[in-house]
Design a protein around this ligand. Structure first.
Ligand SMILES: [Zn+2]
Length: 257
């Protein structure tokens, strides 16, 4: 079953909190699974904002199921497919497609030093087009509005590939952010990497606007090609299993202090 259908099927049968945070350009609902154990910490976990990286949606569905069964603390909102139109295009037409239906790369469309990224392009493309203005797209508007409503304590954005973790975006004080990145790096075995030339991403915007630790986790060995095949899900899942509980414990126990 393709990941769009699987997401819809799992959502239909899900017994936690079900939310539709918005609609894509083509009118697909953007599905969000809420698993509420305790009020703190609150988090948003989003994946597949880049279309071809839909292996992260499969991973997120597994993390939802695990956290639903075994999670002990936290209110976690999972969005396995932040860019459903793009995923549809990547599945049916162009396996390397990253953008949304209008050729906007959603992860450079957020209002965080928008248009200053080194790889930004100024016209429609399968990747890197920043859009006409920040939040020009329904998918980025939906994520922005939902995030402002939830006021999470941290966010995680799943991407592929490279087995890396990004945590920086011009923070003044990033002791907690770095400690959080280190905690997750240790748990996954991934490397922390600096990304000084990126801008306009969801993580960037969360760090800038909400002043919370926000990570991008790039799953999958860099040697793999896009889109990463499902055969690699087992290994990626092994590396990320239990990550939500570890992240929550980090905040509950004030591990950076
Ligand atoms: Zn990506």
């Amino acid at each position: 079953m393709n990941i769009l259908r699987l997401n819809k099927k799992v959502f239909k049968n899900f017994n936690g909190k079900k939310l539709v945070i918005g609609k894509s350009v083509f009118g697909h609902p953007i599905l969000c699974y809420g698993v509420i154990k305790t009020p703190y910490p609150k988090a948003i976990i989003q994946a597949s904002i880049h279309a071809r990286e839909y292996i992260t949606a499969y991973l997120t569905l597994k993390l939802i199921s695990d956290f639903y069964k075994n999670g002990k603390q936290g209110s976690i909102y999972f969005i396995p497919i932040a860019n459903p139109d793009g995923v549809e295009i990547a599945l049916n037409k162009d396996g390397l497609y990253k953008a949304n239906a209008r050729g906007v790369d959603l992860n450079v469309n957020f209002d965080a030093r928008w248009s200053t990224g080194s790889q930004n392009v100024k016209k429609r493309a399968s990747e890197n087009y920043i859009g006409e203005k920040p939040f020009s797209e329904p998918e980025t508007m939906a994520l922005r509005d939902f995030t402002l409503k939830i006021k999470p304590d941290y966010t995680i954005s799943y991407h592929s590939k490279g087995q890396e973790i990004y945590y920086e975006f011009f923070q003044k004080d990033c002791a907690c952010d770095l400690a959080f990145a280190k905690e997750i790096a240790q748990a996954t075995g991934y490397q922390i990497k600096k990304t000084p030339n990126s801008a306009g991403g969801y993580k960037d915007w969360c760090i800038q606007e909400l002043k919370i630790p926000s990570l991008t986790i790039e799953v999958g060995d860099d040697k793999l090609s896009h889109p990463i095949k499902k055969a690699h899900l087992r290994e990626i899942y092994k590396q990320n299993k239990g990550i939500i509980e570890k992240a929550n414990a980090f905040f509950v126990e004030n591990k950076w202090k």
